[in-house]
Design a protein. Structure first.
Length: 170
């Protein structure tokens, strides 16, 4: 009786052990991801979206800037529904295609620049982390942000002061 009880407890423990994750841990200490064979990928606050996420953030930034310049009420009147709701969502939907095109163009420009400079020089120019592997993303986001900034208006040159006339003084 004791032997049967002991064997059933050992069998239950062997079945429960892999489910607890104690057997599938990697040699470097990371536990497995959903499939159990590789570490789960951590996502930052912006997610893992690449150019798609960049376009969404760009559209949102453009809409925030427009709301700031127009004022909340005018912004709601322009983009909102009949009750003035969902204005930001509607603005983002209008801005998104243009933002995606800008991100695509910036990506193409950076790809061309990387081929001109070479991979190492490109990483040195744009990379900011320890191994400079974030260079392409920094290049693309920098070009998209630069395209969004309005060009500064040239300062008007001051008009020259009229020279005093010496006529009439003798």
């Amino acid at each position: 009786m004791k032997r049967t009880l002991l064997i059933s407890m050992l069998a239950a423990a062997l079945v429960a052990l892999p489910a607890s994750g104690a057997i599938g841990a990697h040699k470097d200490g990371h536990e497995g991801g959903p499939s159990g064979d590789r570490p789960a990928k951590a996502k930052g606050p912006k997610g893992d979206q690449g150019a798609k996420g960049l376009a969404k953030r760009t559209a949102a930034r453009r809409c925030r800037e427009e709301r700031r310049t127009l004022g909340k009420e005018a912004f709601r009147a322009k983009y909102g529904d009949e009750k003035g709701r969902k204005a930001m969502r509607n603005c983002k939907r209008e801005e998104l295609p243009e933002a995606r095109a800008d991100a695509r163009n910036a990506s193409q420009e950076c790809r061309a620049e990387r081929s001109e400079l070479g991979a190492e020089a490109f990483r040195e120019k744009y990379g900011t982390n320890r191994n400079k592997r974030n260079a392409f993303g920094k290049c693309v986001s920098g070009k998209v942000k630069a395209a969004d900034e309005p060009e500064p208006e040239p300062e008007p040159e001051p008009e020259p002061e009229p020279e005093p006339t010496t006529e009439g003084t003798a």
